[in-house]
Design a protein around this ligand. Structure first.
Ligand code: FAD
Length: 467
């Protein structure tokens, strides 16, 4: 067992005990800041829909317009074209993590724990198919979305972990999963990263501009009959056989509701002790020509992530920017009382992150930065996500907690939710994320203190692989 795993298990046990001692602080409220990401800058003409200003009814009301909300609306309305679906978004589609992330479109679902051979095959097949579906929807609806699928690398910065990965890949190949182990030299032909001992290469992974994708999907959803209200914050939910979903100037009376609010979900009174909102910083370089990218060692492939607990991840966009996230303790932050908007200066975090990028790609030192931003994601103590249904009337659907691995998983969530609604659990019955428990995380002041402690202890530790 790794040191990180041991520490995490001890913290898990401690957290369960402290949870009983902590209480919600009354001044907590939903804060949503503006999306200043590179991804959003590629949607300059985006027009938000008007907010809801009356009382309406719906078969399904979806709260949140990121990947989870959009994929739920898309899957649901195609299966149930005659049902009424309303999507309520506090700001604009893609304003949350979906429009602010690192863009890595990856296979697997994080935090699934030990899996059987069959579960391993199934989860890879599910996520692989989800990436296919995303690309198909872009083609089918002729969406103006920057996407690439030329593979991502998971790099190993330690010989032992590289050797373990080499063995694991033999096993995965035996299961028919076509990932490849690249020796150091082979990996460096794709991406000339220093300090690596090899890499796992998955040619079916890629990169997606999530602000473009979620926003481009709006007319598609509307043409299928989904009503989309933006700048419409849900302030209160009165649960029942029929829910009353309150917004500042209107209300939805809905037979079923879907919480697609990930890192913001606690502010609606749900899952408050199950996850915490983590703020994660990212920056992008100005666009590089292929020759410039190649001169710093970026030959090909959509991106890479490393094997450390403060994971570094980077992708290169079709427009030539390198997007870099993580890579230092300062690149992740938790704000006291689970605040959901980041109001602090990130200059020193960006400097630290730039040093990490320079460590991997020494030629990147003087690259001009085009954008810097922060996004909020839900992290549970076991790093697992949960997709399911709850409530006295079994009509409150939800999907959240994908850690930093939600681009594909949140797009898959819409399919899982539609199957749950249809009582067709067959495709997902072996998947541990269905109605999964999250371990409990205490509220304040223990939550903030715990975060500070864990960050310091595990700052340089390796992380568990996401398989
Ligand atoms: C910086 C960063 C980097 C990441 N990098 C990657 C990566 O490279 N690869 C990867 O796979 N994953 C990555 N992730 C994770 C991934 O982006 C998320 O898991 C995924 O986008 C979650 O999608 P979502 O739709 O559930 O949540 P979100 O995209 O956060 O959407 C939730 C929406 O709900 C809305 N909302 C909240 N409360 C209310 C309310 N009361 N009323 C109405 N609307 C409300 C919000 O405004 C928001 O638009 C990253 C995340 C971050 C933050």
């Amino acid at each position: 067992m790794t040191i990180t795993k041991t520490i995490e298990r001890a913290l898990y046990a401690g957290a369960q005990a402290f949870t009983k001692l902590s209480y919600p602080l009354s001044w907590e409220r939903l804060e949503i800041d503006e999306n200043k990401s590179l991804w959003a800058s590629y949607t300059p003409d985006y027009q938000a829909n008007p907010s809801l200003n009356k009382t309406i009814t719906a078969d399904l009301a979806i709260i949140g317009g990121g990947y989870t909300g959009v994929s739920t609306a898309y899957n649901f309305i195609r299966r149930y074209p005659n049902k009424s679906v309303v999507l309520l978004e506090a700001k604009t589609l893609g304003n949350g993590a979906s429009g602010r992330n690192g863009g890595m479109m990856l296979n697997w679902v994080y935090g699934m724990g030990d899996m059987t051979d069959s579960q391993t095959q199934q989860i890879y097949a599910h996520t692989h198919r989800t990436i296919d579906n995303i690309l198909e929807s872009i083609d089918e609806h002729n969406l103006d979305v920057s996407v690439r699928r030329d593979g991502c690398l998971e790099i190993f910065t330690d010989e032992q972990r590289a050797n373990a990965a080499r063995e694991e890949i033999v096993y995965l190949n035996q299961l028919g999963i076509p990932v490849q182990f690249l020796e150091k030299d082979e990996a460096q032909q794709k991406l000339n990263l220093t300090g690596i001992y090899g890499a796992l290469f998955d040619p079916s992974e890629g990169q997606l501009n999530g602000a473009q994708y979620t926003r481009a999907m709006k007319p598609v959803l509307q043409s299928l009959g989904v009503q989309v209200y933006e700048n419409t914050r849900v302030t209160k939910i009165d649960e029942g056989a029929k829910h009353d979903i309150h917004t500042p100037n209107g209300m939805v009376k809905a037979d079923a509701l879907m919480l697609a609010t990930n890192g913001y979900t606690g502010k609606l009174g749900y899952f408050r002790k199950d996850y915490f909102p983590l703020h994660s910083h990212v920056f992008s370089t100005a666009p590089l020509t292929d020759a410039q990218a190649s001169s710093i060692g970026w030959q090909c492939s959509a991106g890479f992530s490393d094997d450390l607990n403060r994971i570094s991840y980077a992708t290169r966009t079709n427009e030539g920017h390198i997007v870099f996230g993580g890579g230092s303790n300062k690149s992740y932050d938790y704000l006291f009382n689970s605040r959901t908007a980041y109001n602090r200066n990130i200059d020193s975090a960006i400097v630290d992150m730039g040093r990490t990028m320079e460590h991997y790609l020494p030629g990147s030192k003087h690259l001009p930065i085009s954008h810097r931003w922060t996004g909020t994601l839900a992290i549970s103590i076991r790093r697992n996500c949960s997709i399911g249904v709850r409530g006295q009337h079994k009509n409150v659907y939800y999907a959240l907690g994908y850690s930093g691995h939600g681009v594909t998983a949140a797009n898959m969530a819409g399919e899982v939710i539609t199957d749950l609604y249809s009582n067709n659990l067959d495709p997902w019955q072996d998947m541990s994320f269905v109605n999964a428990d999250f371990g409990k995380i205490p509220l304040e002041p223990f939550r903030w203190l715990g975060y500070q402690m864990v960050t310091r202890i595990t700052g340089k530790s390796p992380r568990e692989p996401h398989r």
